[in-house]
Design a protein around this ligand. Structure first.
Ligand code: CDP
Ligand code: MG
Length: 722
């Protein structure tokens, strides 16, 4: 019998992207060790122990065992490695000295507001303390909500590691379309939206002993709704413990809302941060003020730097620009690693920001406000704050939702600055004047509930039997018109009757974890016998614009590939190579497949059978129209206008319909960037609108007075729209 114990030496095999199989063989007694088989898509080399008689044993990196979708999280800092113990790291966190005091406070009060700076250990430690204290005895569970999917996943992975358990066993996470929990999971990290949905199946949250609403200061829509529901449940479940954890913002308000619940403060460890403003107003976009490129200015001794940009497009653009400048400066500056971080970034890329910087090099992390509070990157010394964030806003008069770059709040700016003082004294450079800070920035960010559409939440509350929404216990009430419009839209979609009561169809719509229009579309696929195709559409919409990538040096190829996208991925056997060749993000596609599977599993519950349109795509388009008849635009002599509100809108130049300019269009969403762009458009016929929504459209408003005189092509070219 050959010896099976072998030392496996990790070795890089081949350059990334290299396709050939390369084996490195070494004989070990009777056994031989092979490693390094790779293909273009595999990121990990393969390690195999080949025994005689062709018996092989394969090795997988421990980090990979928990599924490669899981972010591997930051490695322990060097200091932590010296202590050689995860427990030592846990003991070093600011919350640790308060463990007993905190547990006593929780035992003595039903609701406790916990205030502590980012990184003090609220999210990772407090649920563990409760677990150790026995709050999960008798099969009870602890929920900890996070506003962001990435945070829920990475925090759960971190806690699982700290507890030495496999992710998905005692510790797990649950985010929309992805459930990494099991019967055994007692510590459940989940998005706030997922806990909201728990109310549908368990209105009193009876299986939970503790609910921790974390990152409460973010004031997301779902967190705000949770406040009202949990406050209510707490009244008739005196044994339920409610924790509201927040960065050092807003805690007095939370306390007042929960009948003057006590506030528990965890003192932070902070180093001073010097704040700098620009002398004169400036345009932060061109990066001329960063001082990074010449490497001689203020950043000379800098180790890490964090910059906050709007959305992922801006982040990628900023990274490219920085890299480009570094390349041009060559050896004139010290090595600079430029790394992006945003919610949709593939997890292996995310993990890179946590990796140690090579000696002598500096690292720049270009981040969205995800790094403001929900992710902690150790070692940031300098923060560069352009003073903007990407924010959703909603106009209840037109029903338009838009995502715009807006000035951030003072609270955000201070959170950002705080990131510079975690390991040593730091500096924060604000790309705006002190005057602008004083006079132009709002104190705090407007809570999401006041700047978003409410269709989804109203439908959910109605299904929970809460009818009088005007008197729901809101921390901050939404605008009256927004609530009204949500009710109107749900009525138009057939989810509510004229008394505002939930209909059978509305009940089914609430079962599906997607927006009302999307769920209406799925329900309508029954009528048009095309649920197979509609599921695919729904899944693709749910991962929307992260499907395609457009590397700067291959824009033309990528755009061609995008136009030819109809080439079925499925026919290629869902291949990653196909995705690569067609400039499609494999991970997004895989996620879309997962989403589709989940939705398919839910079809039965809403009594929709699995049917295919058999190539008759008009049926698919009609089903989509049944859900999205609200979002329609028609081509007029001056370009596209939305049918109901008469607002001027544009097809995005990246759209494959950009050249064709069809007369009638339906869109998935409107995004205001440089213009009001329709994202994900579909050509429709106006007569369908009367067919699917006769209660909403009159034949007269769909008449087309200019039909004959219409020029062949109006609107601007791609170049003009930039
Ligand atoms: O919630 P809070 O911001 O108070 O702190 P936390 O998220 O519990 O983080 C406590 C410590 O764990 C910090 O030093 C983080 O850097 C670390 N952490 C980590 O290494 N990996 C994560 N996914 C989350 C936190
Ligand atoms: Mg936290």
């Amino acid at each position: 019998q050959p010896a099976r114990a072998v030392d496996i030496v990790e070795e890089e095999s081949g350059a990334p992207g290299e396709e050939q199989r390369r084996w490195e063989e070494g004989r070990l007694g009777a056994a031989s060790l092979k490693f390094g088989a790779r293909d273009a898509a595999a990121q990990e080399p393969k390690y195999q122990l080949v025994l005689e008689e062709d018996e092989t044993i394969e090795f997988v990196r421990a980090a990979q065992l928990q599924g490669d979708e899981e972010p591997s999280g930051p490695p322990l800092s060097a200091q932590a490695q010296q202590k050689e113990s995860i427990q030592a790291v846990r003991r070093s966190l600011p919350v640790f000295p308060f463990r007993e005091e905190l547990l006593t406070a929780i035992a003595n009060h039903q609701v406790l507001i916990i205030e502590g700076e980012t990184g003090s250990g609220k999210t990772t430690q407090i649920p563990q303390y409760l677990f150790e204290e026995g709050y999960t005895k008798k099969g009870m569970k602890i929920a900890c909500t996070q506003p962001r999917r990435v945070a829920a996943m990475s925090v759960a992975a971190r806690v699982a590691r700290e507890m030495g358990v496999k992710l998905g066993n005692e510790v797990g996470y649950s985010i929309r379309f992805e459930d990494c929990t099991s019967e055994r999971t007692v510590l459940r990290y989940m998005t706030d939206g997922m806990l909201l949905r728990e109310f549908l199946s368990e209105p009193d949250l009876a299986s939970y002993s503790v609910v921790m609403v974390d990152e409460a200061h973010e004031r997301t829509l779902h967190t705000d709704i949770l406040f009202g529901l949990i406050k209510d449940v707490a009244r008739f479940r005196p044994e339920l413990k409610v924790l509201v954890a927040s960065a050092t913002l807003d805690t007095a308000r939370f306390s007042a809302f929960f009948d003057d619940a006590p506030v528990f403060r965890i003192p932070g460890r902070r180093f001073p941060v010097d704040i700098f403003y620009t002398k004169d107003p400036c345009d932060p976009a061109p990066w001329g003020y960063t001082g990074v490129p010449d490497g001689t200015g203020v950043y000379g001794g800098g180790k890490w730097l964090e910059c906050f940009r709007g959305g992922w497009e801006e982040i990628e653009a900023a990274c490219e620009m920085l890299q480009d400048r570094c390349r041009r400066l060559g050896s004139k500056i010290r090595e600079l690693l430029v790394l992006p971080i945003y919610a949709n970034l593939p997890s292996d890329m995310q993990a890179r920001i946590f990796q140690p910087t090579p000696p002598g090099a500096r690292k720049v992390v270009v981040a969205t406000n995800i790094a403001e509070t929900s992710l902690t990157i150790e070692g940031i010394i300098y923060v560069l704050d352009p003073g903007f964030c990407k924010q959703k806003s909603y106009n209840p008069r037109t029903g338009m939702e838009s995502l715009t770059v807006t000035p951030c709040s003072k609270a955000s700016a201070n959170q950002r600055a705080g990131r510079a003082g975690r390991v040593a004294a730091g500096k924060c450079f604000r790309l705006y004047t002190a005057w602008a800070y004083q006079h132009e920035l709002e104190e705090t960010t407007v809570p999401e509930i006041q700047r978003t559409s409410l269709g989804n939440v109203v439908l959910l509350l109605k299904s929970l039997g809460i009818h009088d929404l005007m008197h729901f216990d809101f921390l901050d009430p939404p605008p009256y018109e927004t609530l009204l419009l949500a009710l109107e839209q749900l009525y138009a979609l057939g989810a509510l009757n004229h008394l505002g009561e939930l209909t059978t169809s509305g009940r089914k719509m609430a079962e599906l974890p997607v927006d009302p229009m999307l769920s209406k579309m799925i329900l309508a696929s029954e009528k048009y016998s095309c649920s197979e195709e509609i599921l695919t559409v729904a899944a693709m919409l749910s991962v929307n614009n992260s499907i395609f990538y457009r590397p700067k040096d291959k824009v033309v190829h990528a755009d061609n590939a995008r136009v030819n996208f109809f080439l079925p991925w499925a026919e290629s056997g869902y291949s990653s190579q196909w995705c690569y060749e067609n400039f499609v993000q494999f991970r997004s596609m895989r996620r879309a497949r997962d989403v589709r599977e989940q939705l398919e599993g839910l079809l039965e519950r809403v009594e929709v059978g699995l049917t295919s349109c058999q190539g008759d795509y008009v049926r698919v388009r009609k089903a989509i129209t049944s859900g999205y008849f609200y979002h329609t635009a028609r081509l007029t002599r001056s370009g596209y206008r939305t049918v109901k509100q008469q607002q001027t809108v544009f097809i995005h130049p990246n759209s494959s319909l950009f050249e064709q300019q069809p007369r009638w269009l339906l869109y998935h969403e409107l995004v205001l960037t440089t213009k009001e762009f329709m994202r994900q458009v579909l050509e429709i016929e106006s007569s369908w609108l009367l067919e699917v929504a006769p209660h909403y459209y009159k034949a007269k408003e769909l008449e087309d007075p200019h039909a004959k005189k219409m020029p062949k092509k109006v609107g601007k070219t791609r170049e003009e729209l930039g």
